[in-house]
Design a protein around this ligand. Structure first.
Ligand SMILES: CC(=O)SCCNC(=O)CCNC(=O)[C@H](O)C(C)(C)COP(=O)(O)OP(=O)(O)OC[C@H]1O[C@@H](n2cnc3c(N)ncnc32)[C@H](O)[C@@H]1OP(=O)(O)O
Ligand SMILES: O=CC(=O)O
Ligand SMILES: [Mg+2]
Length: 534
């Protein structure tokens, strides 16, 4: 790593940029670095306090406490208030495509015909320095309308005219992650502040001039105080960039179990800029397992059985719809993991049928839009929403029939763990980790989209199953070290294949082995894995 120490007397003293990537000088200008350092100095201690609160809340859960609706905000839940009116560009969000931030994906997604493209620095991006710099450059080119790309096979990619493009939203990384390549006064800056701050610094005025934002998706929040912190950050960004207050708009992912108990509160904390909540189902399941890591009575069945039709997930999504519609916000659905299967027509039809059923469930329940993983799924999702949702949204569906209690949200579904389910968790963890370490944050594995959220479910389940004691597979086999080691032993041969990240397979096996055997559950896979990047 090389270091660029900015210490002229021009207000950017103390900023160190570690690592080099093509084009970084044009992004990390002295003015941009000063702006980022200002955000760090103003908000880092508040971020650390919020992370400490997460740790103490988890200690309570580990001691047997259950999440509960807050007593100190009853008045806020009971009162009538609505979020600020939504901008025209975000009235109709029926199909949103998400994807990593490399130039080809950015162009394909913006050209895809979806209403929105969420450019993802979180679950779908491995945050190598090169990926981050390239992603910020691609997004800057996209906003300027100049982004082009030529692939190694010679295929050329260019943007469609602006009016035909999806609306751009950006998902910065969550509060838990550091960006180690930018150090301020000797501390790594918050990854989310780096992603959102740098994007806003270079693009906010151009987007505001077109009434297009900036628009952000905020991931992995756990409380209204964390939402308030984002609100403070974005108000400061608006102030420094001379944007009108409330110009920056956000959609918040409700993808942690604690946040499900604070939906109203999160909307309230961000009421001047929030436009919707989204059911981030994969991180939500991950968070459920993590929250109840020490609760023997809340062990989930294998990943494939934990579908949105399970009562605890249906309760969460219906409560999200009810809450959003009461407050004038969009209630966005989530992502089915199936992707098109190019090699087998029957399997492809079955996969598409699962996606269609998922979208039908969402639109029938009252969601105002949904996510797809792949451009080929857009027509399918759009057809389902067009048929059932003739208007731009369906916020008139107030879902007053929904009554969700704490027990509805925390009661686990019945189910089992098969040998295939156990082994699949081991394989997915190893293959995903290997790809991530190799710089690829979203990969197809057995024709399912796997990203940091889906892989996390597999990882924390393995830890919980092995630490719960006295669990058995559905064929009676004990869930123990022997079962885990046997499953791991089959995987080193993957290093000789051409799957994404093959060269990092053995490293991934070692890391999963350590994570699964640890006495304490690591909060995020990406924390130890990030120490190995770059
Ligand atoms: C839990 C959550 O957080 S969900 C959000 C995070 N997850 C995501 O964003 C999923 C994004 N999806 C993807 O990355 C990909 O679709 C994958 C990895 C699942 C599958 O990728 P591939 O196997 O490469 O797909 P495939 O080969 O069928 O791609 C065909 C074309 O579609 C493009 N494409 C595929 N997915 C996307 C996408 N999400 N956005 C834009 N273009 C895409 C490919 O670039 C390729 O383009 P080309 O024909 O110009 O070369
Ligand atoms: O970010 C989405 C999720 O499901 O997790
Ligand atoms: Mg997520």
């Amino acid at each position: 790593m090389s270091a660029v120490l900015m210490e002229s007397g021009d207000g950017i003293r103390g900023i160190e940029v570690l690592g080099t990537a093509d084009g970084q000088a044009g992004l990390l200008t002295p003015a941009a670095l000063a702006f980022l350092a200002g955000l760090h100095r103003r908000f880092e201690s508040a971020r650390q306090r919020r992370l400490q609160t997460r740790r103490s809340r988890q200690a309570d859960f580990d001691a047997g406490a259950l999440p509960e609706f807050r007593a100190d905000t009853v008045h806020l839940r009971a009162a009538d208030w609505r979020v600020a009116p939504l901008p025209a560009a975000l009235q109709d969000r029926r199909v949103e495509i998400t994807g990593p931030v490399d130039p080809k994906t950015v162009i394909n997604a913006l050209n895809s015909g979806a209403k929105v493209y969420m450019a993802d620095f979180e679950d779908a991006t491995s945050p190598t320095w090169g990926n981050l710099v390239q992603g910020q450059q691609a997004l800057r080119g996209a906003v300027a309308g100049t982004l082009e790309f030529t692939a190694a096979n010679g295929k050329h990619y260019a943007l469609k005219p602006f009016a035909q493009q999806a609306v751009l939203m950006v998902r910065p990384r969550g509060w838990h992650l550091d960006e180690k390549h930018v150090q301020v006064d000797g501390e790594p800056m918050a990854a989310g502040l780096f992603d959102a701050g740098l994007f806003a610094f270079h693009n906010a005025r151009a987007l505001a001039a077109k009434d297009r934002g900036p628009f952000f998706y905020l991931p992995k929040l756990e409380s209204m105080e964390e939402a308030q912190l984002w609100n403070d950050v974005l108000a400061q960004v608006e102030h420094e960039l001379d944007l009108p207050r409330g110009q920056i708009r956000v959609t918040v992912l409700i993808e942690t179990l604690p946040a499900a108990f604070e939906m109203d509160e999160i909307l309230y904390a961000l009421r001047e800029r929030i436009v919707g909540l989204n059911c981030g189902r994969w991180d939500y399941v991950f968070s459920y397992v993590k929250t109840f890591r020490r609760h023997r009575d809340k062990v989930l069945p294998e990943r494939a059985q934990v579908t949105m039709a399970q009562p605890f997930l249906r309760a969460y999504s219906e409560m999200l719809i009810q809450t959003c519609h009461r407050r004038g916000a969009h209630a966005m659905g989530g992502m089915a993991a199936q992707i098109p299967i190019s090699t087998d027509a029957d399997a492809n039809a079955a996969a598409l049928a699962k996606v269609r059923a998922d979208k039908l469930r969402e639109v029938t329940a009252g969601h105002d839009g949904t996510w797809v993983a792949h451009p080929a799924l857009i027509p399918l999702a759009q057809a389902v929403f067009d048929e059932r949702m003739p208007g731009a949204h369906q916020k008139h569906l107030t879902r007053e029939d929904v009554l969700v209690t704490r027990d509805d949200l925390v009661t686990p579904p019945l189910g089992s763990i098969s040998r295939a389910g156990f082994e699949s968790n081991v394989e997915v963890c190893v293959r995903y980790l290997a790809a991530w370490l190799d710089g690829n944050g979203c990969v197809p594995i057995h024709w399912l989209m796997e990203d940091a959220a889906t892989a996390e479910i597999a990882r924390v389940q393995l830890w919980q199953w092995l630490h719960a004691g006295d669990l058995h597979l559905d064929d009676g086999t004990p869930v123990d070290e022997t079962l885990f080691e046997r499953a791991l032993m089959t995987l080193p041969s993957l290093a000789a294949t051409d799957i994404p990240g093959a060269s990092r397979i053995n490293e991934a096996i070692g890391l999963l082995d350590r994570l699964t055997h640890g006495d304490e559950l690591e909060d995020f896979l990406t924390l130890p894995a990030y120490r190995r990047l770059d």
